[in-house]
Write a protein that binds this ligand. Sequence first.
Ligand code: CUA
Length: 285
Amino acid sequence: MTGGAAVVWLAVMGLAWYAVRMRPGEEGRRAAFLIIGGGAVVPTIVLAVLLIYGLRMMPALLAEAPEGSLRIAVTGEQWWWRVRYELPGGTPVELANEIRLPVGEPVEFLLDSPDVIHAFWIPPLGGKMDMIPGRRTRLLLEPTRVGTYRGVCAEYCGTSHALMAFPVVVMEKRDFVQWLDAQRSPAAEPRDARAAAGRDRFFANGCPACHTVVGTSARGVIGPDLTHVGSRLTIGAGTLPNDPDAFIRWIERTEDVKPGVHMPAFGMLDPTELESLASYLESLK
Ligand code: CUA
């Protein structure tokens, strides 16, 4: 593309130079030739070649994932990511706002959305793909380097479109297997009195209406699964670091952190309650 563009640019510059130096009255037939040739014939040929070249690359993007590939269903929500690892022969593992992948293996993403159009994009790993309500789109990627990358929503989807990100961690296979095993297990029991008090607050304030914590009676599906929220790199879909202060800020002033968010703020809780809640959520490793 760059090479072709450079050739076209040089030709246009040459013609401009030629036009500037041309004496008045010299145009005539040559002008008609240049307009038809340079204005219609050459662009048609150049664009046709580029189109064919581009179309030839498409089958690779739309190819079926190899048998046994990791499949991850990702749903774009307003404004966060529902992530479900669909494991062959096992129950799916659900998490939110974070994706981990084994290095050097193809992974197939199955993408959709319940209401508005989002676009799933991990720039360092490949192209973007729309998430369209009522349709399931697919994207095949193969990460080749271990590291932590930033995924984003690449289609304007509402007030907090810019606050809809997710970390993507590409890991060695054995680390990935270990991580997935941990994600599959039910939530940890609170390790101290403060976290236990936080769990009581969690249930007393109705959090389970929207959130699931596997291993407890919290079974809500409106908001992100919190079973292992303490193990994630960020909270609020890439908007805050994962630490107790961030949890408190999020719960107390949700709307300030993410304008338009569906989760109500719990500013009526006193500092002790907020601290215990944060301690509980942080303990869900
Ligand atoms: Cu989702 Cu923009």
